[in-house]
Design a protein around this ligand. Structure first.
Ligand SMILES: C[S@@+](CC[C@H](N)C(=O)[O-])C[C@H]1O[C@@H](n2cnc3c(N)ncnc32)[C@H](O)[C@@H]1O
Length: 355
């Protein structure tokens, strides 16, 4: 009988634990909402047992690949276990305290409750909303402090496993520049939020220069706290609109963009892809990761359609059928590939050396 690899077993156990914790949280919070805020219950399509099994299989495949890529040396195995556990444990009660205002917002269909101190002039109009009904939208330290944990719960502990799917195509794409010193190369994470993707990239490619932009100062402050610790090379974090990147042409060798596109109107999606094209050096690569779409994952159609019924996601319905591949081609990218991993689709696209 083969002896199970103890690290693999530990990884599987951790993921199972996170999955159970996520499901338990959702079950308990739904019951509480039913009791306290029955008017806030969204009308959703029922999910069949067969579909639940499909979802479970899809998570198993994702985690199998996550392990395999660590085993293949794409990133260190320690990354599979890494998270600010103590900090999350301290923040978890705040999620419960915040839930009633989230339900109230959903019940009253209030989706534009932005903090008073925000200068609305400096943000695009589409951004000034309570995405996911979250308190303050993306515009406060309170929201930034809860975000990572909320996403982990939403995806039953698979959020980072899905983010890590950008790492293999990113490393592969950077091969073009292998004759250069790695520390001279720059990767830009567009809409970096709290910096979870930059964190994964730093583990996989330790000496590469990290840049991150986001519209939210609060989220960047959180990213700064996680990323710019003692002895770490500084990650450069800049508040900016992804539609107007504050960099010259051909400035970075790679760009990544995770879970942004579904939160943008279609024109802004196209603008972001065009901006990425502009700042990437010829020979470089763009890796996008976002929700799967109906065409690539028809079996999950009802799950996808339920999402914007539960959470305030004003552009998600349009995103579900939008043609990301076409935006990439129109921008000029070539060698475009796309693959789905549980709830995430990853596109890899090259900016040709000669166009
Ligand atoms: C769903 S979060 C994803 C964050 C992060 N990439 C992750 O993997 O968790 C969306 C992020 O996009 C940012 N964002 C939305 N519109 C933006 C824009 N036009 N320019 C820059 N950032 C934007 C938000 O502030 C938020 O941090």
């Amino acid at each position: 009988m083969a002896i199970p690899n103890p690290i693999k077993l530990a990884y599987k156990t951790l993921q199972q634990g996170k999955g159970i914790a996520g499901l338990a949280h959702k079950e308990l919070s739904t019951r509480l909402m039913e009791a306290l805020f029955p008017d806030a219950i969204p009308t959703t399509e029922p999910i069949s047992t067969t579909l639940l099994m499909e979802l479970r299989n899809s998570i198993n495949e994702l985690e199998g690949l996550d392990w395999q890529e660590a085993e293949n040396g794409i990133y260190p195995k320690s990354l599979l276990f890494e998270a600010p556990w103590l900090d999350w444990a301290k923040r978890y009660p705040l999620i419960w305290l915040d839930l009633p205002s989230t339900w109230e917002r959903r019940k009253k269909r209030r989706t534009r409750e932005i903090p008073d101190f925000i200068d609305t002039e400096i943000y695009p109009e589409y951004y000034l909303q309570n995405f996911h009904h979250q308190t303050d939208g993306y515009l406060s330290d309170h929201s930034a402090g809860l975000y990572d944990l909320q996403v982990e719960i939403l995806f039953n502990g698979t959020a980072d496993s899905m983010r890590r799917r950008i790492l293999a195509p990113l490393k592969y794409g950077l091969e073009t520049f292998k004759s250069r010193n790695i520390s001279s190369l720059k990767v830009l994470d567009v809409a970096t939020g709290t910096g979870r993707t930059l964190h994964q990239i730093r583990s996989a490619i330790p000496d590469i220069q990290l840049l991150g932009i986001d519209l939210s100062s609060a989220y960047l402050r959180q990213a700064n706290q996680w990323l710019n610790k003692k002895n770490n090379e500084l990650a450069q974090l800049i508040r900016a609109n992804a539609e107007e990147l504050p960099f010259p042409n051909n400035f970075v060798q790679a760009a990544t963009c995770v879970f942004l596109l579904h939160e943008l109107p279609s024109k802004a999606r196209e603008n972001v892809i065009n901006e990425c094209w502009r700042v990437i050096e010829p020979g470089g690569v763009l890796i996008l990761a976002d929700s799967i779409q109906i065409n690539d994952s028809p079996k999950f159609k009802s799950v996808l359609e339920n999402f914007p019924r539960i959470f305030h996601e004003p552009y998600y319905k349009n995103y579900l059928t939008d043609d990301i591949m076409q935006y990439l081609k129109s921008a000029g990218f070539t060698d475009i590939t796309a693959n789905s991993y549980f709830m995430t689709r990853v596109w890899s696209a090259s900016k040709p050396l000669h166009s």
